[in-house]
Design a protein around this ligand. Structure first.
Ligand code: SF4
Length: 333
């Protein structure tokens, strides 16, 4: 497998300022020491409840949000570039290769501009000089998402939610990206439309050899789309595995709870649902030790004292839980 993007010890923290003098009284640790690799051609799913840091991670991968610490190493033309250290010009070129599709297709398109204007702008910025050149690209991408070229002359309000999200996807395809980060791309759409958009996204990946990061709170959607899945909780990665492996042999108690919330047809016996009690704790005052311990039914004394680290298990599976540490827990899978 060829690595396209490597993230090392990434932290994205936001200061909390209070009072007249804007005194910094603490930090929201939205992404807290995350390391991961993205392989060329794969779909890497990122799943977790809202507030777990997955959107901040997506924005930091895009360098739309500056990280507090860590390395973001993009592999380009046989070279490795740490995006936290590159020049403005190199960052501009990177932005052409990596694009993001956001959750809300209603606010992603300016209601005052027709689609032609909205599409033409990024092409002008990235140096497509002639009108004819730009029009050829615009017409091509609109057809790639199964819409008609004449739709370019319409305004956003003339489209349904599903059509708008297709247009947002078409707009990012214009610059021939290598990597697309999708942040909850179907959660604002009707369930009946979701599958159409997801299938289109999958077809485009095959056709154009794209690499995807697919962020969502719905594990069944992430499973459908992804080759590998990262489970996040309170700004940390708690489990990583191949998609089927994660679903069939989940290790972390949080992943098991997320999975039991996914409705499945009952075959034979009844499935025991694990109900997650309580809310995600505040990312400002994280609990000591394991961040999941106040909701975990297996919590042990050690869980309050020591934070578990990601341990490598079989089949490329990694989990951060003391239960699977041979020196602490009793589940050494
Ligand atoms: Fe539960 Fe402890 Fe594992 Fe955390 S480390 S998930 S509290 S068993």
């Amino acid at each position: 497998k060829e690595i396209l993007y490597e993230v090392k010890n990434l932290k994205t923290h936001f200061p909390i300022k209070e009072g007249f003098f804007n005194k910094v009284t603490g930090h929201v640790k939205a992404v807290d020491n995350v390391s991961l690799e993205i392989y060329r051609g794969e779909t890497l799913g990122i799943v977790g409840e809202s507030g777990c840091g997955k959107t901040t991670l997506g924005k930091t991968l895009m360098m739309l949000q500056k990280p507090t610490e860590g390395e973001l190493i993009y592999h380009v033309d046989g070279q490795e570039k740490d995006l936290t250290k590159v020049s403005k010009e190199e960052l501009f070129n990177f932005r052409k290769k990596v694009q993001m599709v956001f959750q809300d297709p209603y606010s992603s398109l300016n209601p005052l501009k027709n689609i032609y204007e909205a599409f033409e702008e990024p092409l002008k910025v990235h140096g497509y000089k002639t009108k004819a050149e730009r029009e050829t690209i615009m017409q091509k991408v609109v057809q790639m998402v199964n819409l008609l070229p004449e739709y370019l002359y319409r305004y956003p309000h003339e489209f349904s939610g599903g059509q708008r999200q297709r247009l947002c996807i078409a707009r990012v395809l214009q610059l021939s990206p290598e990597l697309i980060i999708f942040d909850e791309p179907v959660s604002a759409l009707d369930v009946s439309i979701q599958a159409q958009v997801l299938n289109l996204v999958r077809e485009l990946q095959k056709e154009l050899n794209l690499t995807y990061v697919f962020i969502a709170h719905d594990l069944s959607v992430v499973q459908y789309m992804s080759d590998r899945i990262i489970v996040m909780y309170l700004g940390k990665i708690v489990e990583i595995a191949e998609s089927n492996e994660l679903v069939m042999n989940s290790l972390h108690p949080y992943t098991s709870a997320l999975l039991s919330a996914v409705p499945v047809p009952e075959v034979g016996g009844k499935m025991q649902r694990i109900i997650l009690e309580g809310d995600v704790p505040s990312p400002i005052n994280k609990p000591s030790g394991c961040p999941f311990r106040n909701r975990c039914r297996y919590a042990m004394d050690i869980c309050a004292k020591e934070e578990p680290v990601l341990l490598k298990k079989e089949n490329g599976h990694q989990v951060a839980c003391h239960l699977y540490d041979p020196t602490k827990g009793d589940r050494h899978a």
